[in-house]
Write a protein that binds this ligand. Structure first.
Ligand code: C5P
Length: 400
């Protein structure tokens, strides 16, 4: 995860049973190339020992406001630890810890460095459902959010105490992913982006239709990458069962004609249009009202060509910056370049269908006026971040 490489993260661990997940989180951060300074509260040390974190991070673990020499050896750990850190991340964050930070209390090393910090603070709450739902906790969490603290979770489910409900800490991987998303450079700040994603479904009769194997994952990953880069994002999605990335406005559609209508009505004021959807090229001329019955002979379907949504948008007089996708089974460079010129697009993202369609990973080549730019095989979110970076390089900075 490039964004964490060479970053220093202060990982605060407070006293909850979920502290055992913080060990895994520390390991993920270290694996991603981050330097991790763990600050363990007295209550946290009842659950996990400093030795665990010291072994995982290869660095001293900070526990005491009074006895620590600090990174600079001048006895000011509460100042030196957050200086130069990319973020302070507290996982688990107990109700008590959040209450103290919300009120500016600084009575141990972790709360004091939270007050003294000049970098972002992210907290992953973990507590019993009753504690989480208490008005006092909700007030404190709202106050933290209002103060610019990012609150990650909590999740709902079975709790260590045997009760069930909201208050479970996010899993280590979820917290790691949220931190990586948070730290992405805000290269599309102020930009309004419209995307299409997924397949379309062209009905034949009430129960059947023509579609394709697009999973929508690449388009959803791009929507997420655009949000992470600070854009305002609307996603027009064909029939897929994927969760909407947080912060994305989603419009669900079924057919190519629905998708075109949705794009048209959401297009005003957009700076960027990214057409990832695998739009069906053809639709049945007639959709019959009753289910087609099996007969003895063959069945002939008459199809009519669908509008090319991307080409229509790119041909508008005030067209946004348009990005197309070319999923090909052969001759990628030739077909992608042909598509780029035919649809008059500044950028086409090409991939061989065996690399991308339906799967979790993708390897793509970006085609623009300057030539071909391959991105390495990676999970779709990493590829999407690479595409967003390239788009940001191609468009001028937002001055609005
Ligand atoms: O021509 P082809 O379908 O291969 O072009 C693919 C690109 O055009 C993709 O970006 C796709 O989202 C877009 N497209 C579209 N409307 C269509 C067909 C394709 O927006 N009817």
């Amino acid at each position: 995860m490039a964004v964490l490489a060479e970053k220093r993260i202060v990982l605060g661990v407070t006293g909850g049973i979920a502290a055992y997940k913080a060990a895994e989180l520390a390991r993920l951060l270290v694996k991603a190339g981050a330097t991790v300074d763990v600050v363990l509260t007295a209550a946290g040390a009842h659950f996990v020992t400093a030795a665990t974190f010291q072994a995982l991070t290869g660095r001293p673990v900070w526990t005491d406001l009074w006895n620590e020499s600090g990174l600079a050896g001048r006895g000011m750990a509460h100042i030196d630890l957050p200086r130069g850190a990319a973020a302070v991340l507290v996982a688990p964050a107990t109700a008590d810890f959040m209450a103290r930070v919300a009120h500016g209390v600084a009575d141990d090393l972790l709360t004091t460095l939270c007050l003294a910090r000049n970098c972002p603070l992210l907290v992953a709450p973990a507590m019993n459902v009753e504690m989480w739902e208490k008005a006092a906790t909700q007030r404190n969490v709202a106050q933290l959010a209002a103060d610019g603290v990012s609150v990650l979770g909590p999740a709902s489910g079975e709790q260590a105490c045997g009760e069930t409900g909201a208050g479970r800490m996010f899993e280590a991987q979820q917290i790691f992913d949220a931190l990586a998303a948070f730290l992405q450079p805000k290269r599309l700040a102020g930009r309004r982006v419209l995307l299409t994603a997924g397949p379309t479904f062209e009905a034949l009769d009430p129960v059947r239709g023509l579609t394709n194997s697009s999973s929508g994952r690449m388009g959803f990953a791009l929507a997420q990458a655009c949000i992470e880069a600070g854009a305002n994002v609307t996603l027009v999605a064909g029939p897929v069962s994927l969760a909407t990335p947080v912060g994305v406005d989603r419009i669900d559609v079924t057919s190519a004609l629905d998708m075109r209508d949705a794009v048209k009505s959401a297009l005003a004021g957009r700076h960027i249009f990214i057409a990832v959807a695998a739009v069906a090229d053809y639709r049945p001329v007639n959709v019959v009202e009753q289910k087609i019955k099996k007969g003895a002979g063959s069945l002939t379907l008459e199809l009519v060509v669908n509008p090319d949504i991307l080409a229509e948008v790119a041909a508008l007089p005030q067209a946004p910056f348009c990005v197309g996708f070319a999923a090909e089974s052969q001759n990628l460079a030739e077909f992608a370049e042909a598509k780029r010129h035919a649809k008059k697009l500044p950028l086409v993202v090409g991939n061989l269908v065996r690399d991308g369609l339906g799967g979790a990973t993708n390897s793509v080549i970006l085609f623009d006026d300057k030539g071909q730019h391959p991105l390495p095989l990676a999970d779709k979110l990493t590829v999407a971040r690479g595409i967003v970076d390239h788009i940001a390089n191609m468009i001028s900075p937002c001055t609005e």
